[in-house]
Structure formats: structure tokens, C-alpha cells
Design a protein around this ligand. Sequence first.
Ligand SMILES: [Zn+2]
Length: 112
Amino acid sequence: MSALPACPKCQSEFTYEDSGVYICPECAHEWPPQAAEAAEEARVYRDSAGNVLQDGDTVTVIKDLKLKGSGGVIKMGTKVKGIRLVDGDHDIDCKIDGFGPMSLKSEFVKKV
Ligand SMILES: [Zn+2]
């Protein structure tokens, strides 16, 4: 068992957990455990091979990616320079030569 966090409002250490929320018996403050933990941990982005990605990295696309709407295809092996990591389903913002601004999924790229 790990120790429960102190109350964020009054710093009481008598926090207890009930039905998935933390409750402080001293000031009656209630808060969800996930919210407190998520705020402290920055999201880590990984490519298809598990390498950690950072803003500005160069990656290659590991499979043909069909583009919605335009009918174009980004070919496997296409090099993408200067990626920008964003929060979302498509977690990479980038610009691809010949295609323009693009959103990719980190699971379909590999760090160069
Ligand atoms: Zn409290």
C-alpha cells in the first residue's frame, strides 16, 4: 500500500479513499486521485519502436498513410523533419514536403 497524498487544501495527512475519490476528514475536501497524478506527470511520446520523441525530432513514416479527403498517400519511409508533439489522438504536428501541414500518430513513425 502506498501512502495517500496529503489534502491539497489544508495539508491534512488523514486522507482516506472512498469509492475512487480521496477525502479529507478535516476540511471535507474531495478530489479524484487521477487528476492529482496526471498533473504531475508530463506525457511521454514514444514512436513505434518505443523511443521517446521530442519536439524538433526527425522521424520516418513506417507505413503508407492514406490521407483523408485528398486521396494522397504518404509513402512508407517518408522523412519528416521538425515534428511538434501535441495532445490528442494524432499526437504529432508536422509539415511534409509536397503535402503541407499534417497530423500524424506517433505509433506510425520511427525516430531517425
Ligand atoms: Zn483538507
